[in-house]
Ligand binder design. Sequence first.
Ligand SMILES: Cc1ncc(COP(=O)(O)O)c(C=O)c1O
Length: 804
Amino acid sequence: MAKPSQSQTGAVAKAETVLEAQAPAFSVQQAEAIARRAFNIRASAHPLDSERDQNFRLRAKGGSEWVLKIANPAENPALLDMQTQALLHIARVDPSLTVPRVKATPDGALFDEIDGSDGRRFIVRVLSFLPGQLLDDATLHPALGRDVGAMAARLACALRGFFHPAARHELLWDLIQAPALRMRTHHIEEQGRRRVVEEIFDHFDAVVLPQLKKLRAQVIHNDVSCRNTLVDGNRVTGVIDFGDLIHAPLVCDLAVPIAELIREHPDPIAAAAEITAGYHAVTALEDDELRLIFDLVSTRCAMEVAVANWRVCDHPENADYIMAGVTQAGAQLDRMREWGEERMYTAFRRACATPVSIEFSDFSPSPANEDNMQSLIERRRQLLGPEVELSYDNPVHVVRGEGVWLINDTGRSLLDAYNNVPSVGHCHPVVVQALARQAATLNTNTRYLYTSVIEYAERLTATMPGDLSVCMFVCSGSEANDLAWRLAKAHTGNAGGIVMEDAYHGTTDAVYELSPADYGIDKGRSLAEHIATVPAPDGYRGRFRRDDPGYVDRYVACFDDAIASLATRGFAPAAYYLDLVLCSNGIMIPPPGYLSAAFRKVRAAGGLCVADEVQSGFGRTGDHLWGFQAHDVVPDIVTLGKPIGNGLSMAAVVTTPAIVASLMQKTDFFSTTGGNPVACAVGLAVLDVLEQEGLQQRAARVGAKLRSHIEKLADQHPLIGEVRGAGLFIGVELVRDHSTLEPAAKETAAVVNRMLELGVLVGIEGPCSNVLKIRPPLVFDENHALQFTDALDQALQASDQIEP
Ligand SMILES: Cc1ncc(COP(=O)(O)O)c(C=O)c1O
């Protein structure tokens, strides 16, 4: 619609004053004379459109062009001054921004005053004329959408340090004032439409406004619209018209371009996401801001409908002009109600993970990437050694992460279904802020007194049962398991270890011995003398199958063999280690009754039970925070790592005071950086996010859905042998034959590589390398689960054709 143009002096009532006051009516000759006399510009004048002011384009003899602006006398002079000062401020702080420049009079005044023949006085200003095409809402290319968003953000950046006493004036188009239009909705004749508009205003008043008031605010342009945005191809070249300038929540600046530009767009959500992503690449939007955009856009559309219907009652003769675009604004409201807020928010979050342009984004491509990937790989081989693992046939060069997305060096967003370390989502802003804030405040030697380590230990131990009440902080899962080994040996006086065949517990010398997956019995290296293994209780392909009578008991009985075997070598068990999701065994959850019986046997032989929660902890398995809680057991030692710091190197051991005392009687323990203030701040932030976002519950809900989607795929893809796991830790075993269970390792690798091509990251696991390892950040949602399943379906179709 044609909205009442440019600077309004008030909300609803005040708007009336300016709109009703007669616009200035100077002739072209008078305009030329004013320009000459007051601004020393010799130019021809050409009238420009304006509803209530009068504007002339001035073409000077030397080629320069200007706009002569004669303000409506009802306009508040303070607002005109604010516009002028804002333009001067922008010219000072970001001269590269193309906005009109203020032309002063020869004696330095920023405006002149003239008397009209009707006795009224008019303020006259001159601004530079910006050439360019006006943005056309029907042809919004994605790149242009991003540039619109980026321009809005750059303008806001430039205005960050600007203030003016008139900035918090009453403005009809101030979103904060939207509820005031409620008193005009009776002008909307169509009842259904009126109801929708009223509901939006009511919702805004009751729900949106209280949240909006908590967001960062500053002076914003507030009208980056088609009328005011100049473009050249897919680039924004400038922004004009500072008449709606206002002090308001920053995010409101997005409502205008989105509301307008998505109206005619064939894929409106994608267009809105492009604009938002463009903004985000310049100024990172906070999650609360992203969430509100949907409501701000629908409120803006509702305002347009309400204002136009009100205005047309007073000016039926201008109906065509006033009502232009209102039908689309109304239809837009209907569509938005169908979408719902969540859909738009999800699209925004996804789009904001996508880097926009190198110029504005917060990363730069590495020189190696520009050369080529091969040189990067070669340098890595030389500097880190040729054996250091690199995933994928065509390795991925990642440059950024956000939520469930990893972005590669070409800007492509990859759905991350693999990485469990950034458990609350890549670069979660709460965690990042906690880290940055603490790093900027204090990070020091852990032998000093500071509160966060105590608070964090209190939070962690409060989640643990029994006597698990003491924390020891280290820096990696391997270190945690290493320390657990020292604790167990000190407490029991024994030196033997029991682990699962194919277990993996880390990299230190002691823990390496506890990790047969790493040295591999069948890779030629035998178990260390003090270690005995038990088979994983694998009911699918293991030694005893689900159909075998008493199969769980038979697996439990293996502990007798392991203990006896240790005894023959002169060892008693100090500890039994169990990864609660049996990751390196091919991902499986121990069957009911198994763990409690196993613990009893180990304890009867004098050993301690160590729950290695490095993979399974922090809500991943969905029903519980810790994997062991599903089995009605209380371990003697719990080791934590990976997701504990969402990527920061930190880890912990939680155990009983008696066990700690046993170690301390014999030796000392000190970790320089384990549990330092930054680690604790991050650990606390991770716990906060887990709780506030209900991520454990989400893991249960989304994980169950994802498993059931994948199980359904098994009907069409015989390669799927078994789908298993808990929460968002899922294993999909691929086999060539359902009776022989011949492992489909080659096909598994092909599926993983194909999924990368389809934009999804997933891993390979298990002793036969034939299990798809699916353990995404816990912010994975139902839509991501569908996208994952789609890609898996396609990848499996391709693998059906592979020659074994
Ligand atoms: C079950 C388990 N424990 C311990 C570790 C070792 O953790 P980190 O690599 O942080 O030392 C791992 C690593 O993959 C693991 O899977």
